[in-house]
Ligand binder design. Structure first.
Ligand SMILES: C[S@@+](CC[C@H](N)C(=O)[O-])C[C@H]1O[C@@H](n2cnc3c(N)ncnc32)[C@H](O)[C@@H]1O
Length: 322
């Protein structure tokens, strides 16, 4: 009976099924116990065990003003106000919202980028693509200008502009939300003055004309939508419910966007300019074939590059000198 009364009074925790409410004072809650209960809650909605634990830890740390859970003292008693905030975020995670959207930010390379649905959450592989580009450019100050096609949150453009302080960029995306986030993230790190952000459809000829006026570019970089349409329904609920389908769907074979990029890139690039692509698994053979079948496009498939798990995930293509 006492327990029931506590549940009613403290109904702000009632979402955590099985929580031994009566052991908590209504003013605060033990951090370790909350971690265990949130983990159970996330597991009960189908989130994998380790992912559930990490989600619980990140949410608790975030509300307590820390980045990582290990920075939180195990003796912490969480006051009611913060406990309420944790409850709100945990509810979103239980609805299978990706943790990065729940927190509203995530680290990419050396930067903490703001994130919100439905703009694609930048993936760790894309950090590897950025590393390849940075290594390739090195200290070469004659490399002056690049184009990012499908900039999403702006994480990639932000990283390159910050690490290459002499370079300028054009970043394009069909999504209004993506362009707004890109501008916000570039502004946060004070590199917005070196970028033009275009909210335009890259498949539209007017866009290509506009971008042409801003070029030519030393390199173009894109992590395009590359998932075959039929595979989208099999993705995790986090991805297919919350992330923009336009960021994922690459058409029947996943390569619609790549085909278009190969067709329109040559006039946008300087001679010997490079096209860097992130791709899905096992797409490089097809991409190489596409390039070889159109010699008039004047492009050469230079190299397949691997991610940290030794899978071919990035392509380096170059515009030939005639
Ligand atoms: C896979 S996401 C990459 C986002 C970001 N570059 C990253 O790596 O996190 C692809 C992006 O392409 C954009 N996109 C899709 N179709 C487009 C189009 N026709 N024109 C311009 N951008 C497009 C999507 O809105 C999405 O932001």
């Amino acid at each position: 009976m006492q327990c029931l009364r506590n549940i009613q009074r403290c109904n702000f925790i009632s979402f955590t099924r099985g929580l031994p409410f009566c052991q908590f004072s209504s003013k605060s809650i033990d951090v370790n116990q909350l971690r265990v209960e949130l983990t159970k809650e996330f597991q009960s909605v189908g989130i994998e065990r380790r992912e559930s634990l990490l989600s619980a830890e990140y949410i608790i740390a975030h509300v307590l003003g820390k980045k990582m859970f290990h920075e939180v003292s195990r003796k912490t008693m969480i006051p009611k106000a913060q406990w309420l905030q944790i409850k709100e975020l945990a509810k979103k995670r239980s609805e299978r919202m990706p943790l990065q959207y729940v927190l509203g930010e995530w680290d990419f390379h050396d930067f903490t980028v703001k994130l919100s649905p439905p703009v694609l959450i930048p993936r760790p592989e894309t950090e590897e693509l950025v590393e390849y580009v940075l290594q390739d450019v090195g200290p070469d100050r004659s490399c002056q200008k690049f184009l990012e096609v499908g900039c999403g949150s702006g994480a990639v453009t932000l990283c390159l502009l910050s690490k290459l302080p002499w370079i300028t960029a054009v970043a394009c995306d069909i999504s209004r939300e993506a362009c707004d986030l890109t501008t916000e993230n570039l502004t946060k790190y004070q590199v917005d003055g070196r970028a033009v952000v275009l909210n335009m459809d890259f498949k539209d000829s007017e866009t290509i004309q506009r971008i042409c006026e801003l070029g030519p570019f030393d390199f173009i970089l894109s992590n395009p939508p590359y998932i075959p349409s039929a595979d989208i329904d099999h993705l995790d609920p986090e991805v297919k419910t919350y992330e923009d389908r336009r960021a994922l769907d690459g058409g029947q074979d996943g390569l619609d966007f790549v085909r278009h990029l190969l067709a329109v890139s040559p006039p946008l690039l300087k001679t010997n300019g490079k096209l860097w692509l992130e791709t899905g698994l096992e797409q490089h053979g097809l991409i190489k074939k596409m390039i070889d079948s159109k010699p008039e496009q004047n492009m050469t498939f230079l190299q397949s590059l691997e991610d940290i798990t030794n899978r071919e995930r990035f392509c380096l293509i170059q515009k030939r000198s005639r």
